[in-house]
Write a protein that binds this ligand. Sequence first.
Ligand code: SF4
Length: 692
Amino acid sequence: MTTTQVRAACPLDCPDTCALLVTVEDGVATAVKGDPDHPTTAGVLCTKVSRYTERTYHEDRLLYPLKRVGKKGEGKFERISWDEALDTIAARLKPIAERAPEAILPYSYCGTMGLIQGESMSSRFFNQIGASLLDRTICAMAGATGYKYTIGGSIGTDLEQFQNAKLLIIWGGNPIASNLHFWTRAQEAKRNGAKLIAIDPYRSLTAEKCHQHIALLPGTDAALALGMMHVLIKEDLLDHDYIAQYTLGFEELKQRAAEWTPERTAETCGITVEEVVEFARLYGNTARAGEPVAIRTNYGVQRVRGGGMAVRNIACLPALVGAWRHPAGGVQLSSSGSFPTNKPRLQRTDLLKKIPRTINMTTIGDDLLRPASPSFGPAVEAVIVYNSNPLAIAPDSDKVMRGFLREDLFTVVLEHFQTDTVDYADIVLPATTQLEHMDAHTSYGHLYMMANNAAIAPMGESKPNTEIFRLLAAKMGFDDPCFKESDDELAAQAFNAQDVRAMGFDWDALKQKGWQKLNMPAAPFAQGGFPTPSGKCEFYSAQMKADGLDPLPAYLPPYESVASNPELAARYPLAMISPPARNFLNSTFVNVKSLRSAEGEPHLDIHPEDSATRGIANGDMVRIFNDRGSFVAKARVTDKARAGLVVGLSVWWKKLATDGKNANEVTSQQLTDMGRAPTFYDTLVQVERVAA
Ligand code: SF4
């Protein structure tokens, strides 16, 4: 027996981007383990990826190209050859490409985070066509935009420093489920005497293990940050020297923060005045004592109308107290802006003959149903889906389904499994998993460039995304040499050659070693140097003003809340959020039996007061509904959800849920204040018991 160990990287939409060691015995992957030598992975993987071989060798893997033989949505297919599949696709796309290229739409996201199997050859293909551009907003754009206006880019506290913090604020995230290797460091900080505070409307697994949990109303994080600023300024818990040297707009901020008294903040956030004041004092006093205060904020805070502003406000706090001076101080939302990627070259944006229209992936429901018009352009006639599952993950799901049901829409899906979206495809193309192809990765949680080597041969007739788009390009008659480049050639272009050379490193070396840490200062903004237009942390942002936004930190109430929309709340009085279930990653893994069993079935956490008034007992089946739709789940009566809030952990495949529906039946296509992102956690619903 030949046994080898292959260096790989986790491809999933998770900030940890773990280094994997794949054991291969006679060509079969028998184990996937965390690399003990990788400083942040430290030999530990989450339960999901520990089961990656179960997923790779799953009996339901798509192994051959398929064509639809039933009605759209029925999921009936028959096997065809690659030639027939590619010829069919090219025959459908060519006339559209000649007549109205923007009627072709790619739909993809972070099914893999890989630079190569994500957006490389695929982007080249769509750029050559002149297809509609896809605005990939569905997860992070609101927060990234708010952070960028303030800090200048997605750069923050290094993951490898958090264990040294004295006060650690986990703001809008549940790292036990979705940022495990940060949580390891948070626990170390706790053992070292740090205080941990969770800010989350829901008492998540993480919030339960923190010293303090501030359970504010969903969508009010921006107000809490403003209230903190008020107290910090009023009680002079500030680092005046840092503010003077490295920030812009303090005097204007002071006036704005003066409006946010603890009383107003407490009322807006649904918490007590003491919680506001004590929290701000602890933050300011700890920093004043010279101790590191760190915030790990996550994307939960920005899935509401004012989500971009919420992240902006939070990102202002470290500069007020000088927390950036310490390597373990500051804030992290994402580290993705630290990496020297070269996407224009990788994606060959120069192939575009003109800039096509852009369609927002968040509004796919509306946009698939939109007729041609001078403002919209041509109706969408063909969608090619890869690395995504819009039927399960996009908001306002009924509209998404109706769009994909259109008889005149030609749909191609590249997938590992027959997901909800595959059921609506005309042609299905089997794609390889991470163990079967190579890739290059950055991370949005740590500072290591990562390489993924193929560990095993492709299963069945599956092919890497790159190869599928190479073959499609050939069938379409694209003759630019860039469509012949190998995955290795693509990977070599993924990073800025100059920056990589400065690190004394190249792609071949990265593949051998598996990872390479970036050269970053331990405390990136200890002496300012923010990548903003002013070079300072911008409390006042002229760019925001130019973009039609409030240039100062502000609070925008949710679209849907009791306070902001009492008429709607009279009919739908409960706020609903749908954060990630621990055993799924977005909609990945829902079909892996062991993980689905661990998750059980779709649940709805509801507070005892809210269940009592509705005659709902623990374990009852309930219908959650609003004007957009409904879905069914099993009630868990618990005070983990604060009164007035219900929580449906997600994202279930609809076809594996009780009634063939999931939480996105009730979420809306409304967009955030900035970044054009979705507002998944800005949703009012009513809940009723379903008769047995
Ligand atoms: S999902 Fe996250 S924690 Fe799990 S293995 Fe992948 S990167 Fe690591």
